[in-house]
Design a protein around this ligand. Structure first.
Ligand code: GAL
Ligand code: ZN
Length: 660
């Protein structure tokens, strides 16, 4: 049977005599699987080629005796001191050319061939030892790839890999010079060998080079993963391979990484590193990250690390309120988690993460958290069993693109413009209406969606423009925004055509001018109501589009800000600004009316509705993210699952079912 609940466990942090107690207490609370080993290289290989896996094997055995299965992580996020002493050149280098040193984690360059040999030796032995262990069911390469890497590694090795990557992409140096626009500031290259990683410069950077660097870094991480994945797959073809991703973290293209996996996993920490306020709403962002990870794998996912207590390293976040940890775990399930592992089993007595609290406190005696999560597992297990493989059904999708995110992080225009935050203005508006959303990438079929929201398509290619055109032609409703069709795939501005280039006729307008709203908010008017907007105003000349909202400030007051254009069998909306909350809500209503998006249910603010469909049964989740009791009536046609009905207590959840 597939495990559904688990914990992240570090037996090497605890005396052997405690393991059996831990394993028993885990089983008693409903834990069926643990992830372990991902940071303990020094223990398993104290010197080159001298392997000591006995202790790990014993721990796996102790867990197995309680029926608990294991996922093993390769420990390459923390190479031991002896490796660094032997080969100091594998320490990563920052953008100023300084090495980052041993003493934390992630102190290794992802491309260094010497480091790769250390990895090959270790992972091969590790996999050989445990591949056929009956209790080892899956593997994870490294941990949160991309984490702590800032802009990754600028060492000579990575620089060389970057050159090879560019050579492969451009073939000859003239093509690169064109693509990077090196005529500017005399940046022309005669040969690939002269190109550097974009280290700290005296002044400025070439945006085209920066974009390729970010793409390269993402590819390098994927290749780093593949290097280990191949060893693991060859040794353990029957086991699954997954990776713990970090939501909207942007260092690795997760759509690409996910292709190497059997399923995606995600680490969900609603408390963040030290979130100072738990009372400010964030649940839309949490929901979006979960939907994103579901989109990345195109399937249900696992939570490899679900928050288990107060978060914190040097400073601490707030204490999750009674019920809140369970609610957050339920939210993960509602958005597509097939299994949830809590990080971590017990708060650690030593090291950086002493205050990243586990299910058990430092003294190992079960308290409020253990009891709460034990109750949660007991109550939720039958539901989660029934939900396996179940997905939401979404009529709307948001197009997510790392290329766009990279290009806009290089040139955000407005100092506070963030790609993900901008996408969130749309997501949140639909979320508040309980309209479920998928995240998609531009390489996948899009025709299944009534509405496709494709914000900030800053870089445009003829192929993407064609795909969007066909989508609308066939009856889709497309939402395009400010800063679309500005540049080509090399991050060069288009030489010809009107903004949004390649899309202007589809939108039925031209962007003739624009205004970056520095230190001020804009205002628009729609049907006699005024709404705040932020960061940007596109000044639009309409050809076939009709205006919906018009600007109400500045010299362009009275000119269109939000428009709609009929095209083929479909419609295109153009939003020339970043909408504030009230305007996004108004816009969501417009989409409901014209494209027929259907909310799952009307709920009070702070109560979320989500849905999964499994084996012909619909499951409707109601999640109360507020500190107050919320009244809920059983929705028409739905049965309370497990008999539980009535008001939603603070941080409480209810599930209803119905044959689909
Ligand atoms: C995660 C990471 C874990 C642990 C945890 C708490 O991001 O995967 O290894 O570090 O955060 O800091
Ligand atoms: Zn490097």
């Amino acid at each position: 049977m597939k495990p559904i609940f688990g914990v992240d466990y570090y037996p090497e942090h605890w005396p052997r005599e405690r393991w059996a107690t831990d394993a028993r207490m885990m089983r008693e609370m409903g834990v069926q699987v643990v992830r372990l080993a991902e940071f303990s290289w020094a223990k398993w290989e104290p010197s080159a080629g001298e392997f000591h896996f006995e202790e790990l094997e014993e721990a796996i055995g102790v867990l197995g005796a309680e029926g608990i299965r294991c996922i093993l992580g390769t420990p390459t996020a923390a190479p031991p001191a002896w490796i660094i002493r032997l080969n100091p050149e594998i320490e990563p280098m920052d953008a100023d050319g300084h090495r980052r040193h041993f003493g934390g984690r992630h102190h290794a360059c992802p491309s260094n061939p010497v480091y790769r040999e250390h990895i090959r030796r270790f992972v091969t032995a590790f996999a050989a030892r445990f591949a056929h262990h009956p209790n080892v069911i899956g593997w994870q390469v490294d941990n949160e790839l991309g984490n702590s890497h800032g802009d990754l590694c600028f060492c000579p090795c990575c620089e060389n890999r970057f050159r090879a990557w560019l050579k492969e992409k451009y073939g000859d140096i003239a093509a690169l010079n064109d693509a990077w626009g090196t005529a500017f500031w005399s940046q022309q290259y005669d040969r690939f060998e002269h190109i550097c990683a974009p280290k700290t410069t005296a002044s400025g950077h070439n945006p085209s080079q920066m974009l390729d660097w970010k793409r390269f870094c993402s590819d390098l991480v994927c290749e780093f993963h593949r290097f280990q994945a191949q060893i693991l797959r060859a040794a353990a073809p029957h086991a699954f391979l997954t990776h713990n991703m970090m939501g909207f973290s942007d260092k690795v293209d997760y759509f690409r990484l996910a292709r190497q996996l059997d399923f995606a996993s995600h680490d969900q920490y609603p408390g963040g590193h030290f979130r100072p306020r738990l009372d400010l709403p964030l649940e839309d962002r949490l929901a979006a990250e979960l939907d994103f990870i579901r989109g990345v794998g195109g399937a249900p996912f696992w939570i490899m690390e679900q928050q288990a207590g107060i978060t914190g390293w040097e400073v601490l976040g707030r204490t999750p309120r009674p019920g809140q940890l369970s609610l957050w775990a339920m939210q993960s399930i509602a958005h597509g988690a097939d299994a949830v592992l809590f990080f971590r089993w017990r708060s650690c007595l030593m090291g950086t993460e002493q205050y990243w609290h586990g299910l058990l406190p430092h003294n190992g005696v079960p308290g409020r958290t253990y009891r709460e999560i034990a109750g949660f597992m007991r109550q939720t297990a039958p539901l989660l069993e029934a939900l396996q493989g179940g997905m939401p059904v979404c009529q709307a999708a948001i197009l997510f693109s790392y290329d766009q995110e990279y290009a806009l992080s290089i040139q955000p225009h407005h100092p506070e413009l963030r790609y993900v935050d901008h996408l969130m203005t749309y997501y949140t508006a639909l979320y508040r209406r309980n309209i479920p959303v998928d995240f998609v990438h531009d390489g996948q079929p899009l025709d299944g969606y009534r509405v496709l929201i494709a914000p900030l398509l800053f870089l445009m290619t003829p192929a993407l423009a064609q795909k969007l055109r066909a989508y609308v032609q066939n009856g889709g409703t497309l939402v395009l925004t400010m800063r679309s069709g500005v540049k080509d795939e090399h991050n060069l501005c288009f030489a010809q055509g009107a903004l949004p280039c390649l899309l202007d006729d589809l939108c039925g307008l031209r962007v003739e001018d624009y205004d970056c709203l520095r230190d001020m908010d804009g205002l628009v008017e729609w049907d006699g109501e005024t709404y705040a907007v932020e960061k940007w105003s596109d000044l639009l000349t309409l050809t076939t589009a009709e205006p919906l909202a018009v600007y109400a400030r500045e010299f362009y007051a009275g000119t269109p800000a939000v428009t709609r254009n009929a095209y083929g069998a479909g419609k295109v909306y153009y939003v020339g600004t970043q909408m504030g909350e009230a305007l996004s809500a108004r816009f969501a209503r417009e989409l409901e009316q014209t494209a027929g998006l259907e909310p799952l249910l009307e709920t009070p603010l702070g109560v979320e509705a989500a849905q999964r469909v499994a084996q012909g049964v619909r499951y409707l989740f109601l999640l109360n993210h507020t500190a107050h009791t919320q009244p809920v009536a059983v929705p028409d046609g739905w049965q309370p699952y497990g008999g539980a009905g009535g008001d939603l207590p603070p941080y409480g959840a209810r599930v209803f079912t119905r044959k689909s």
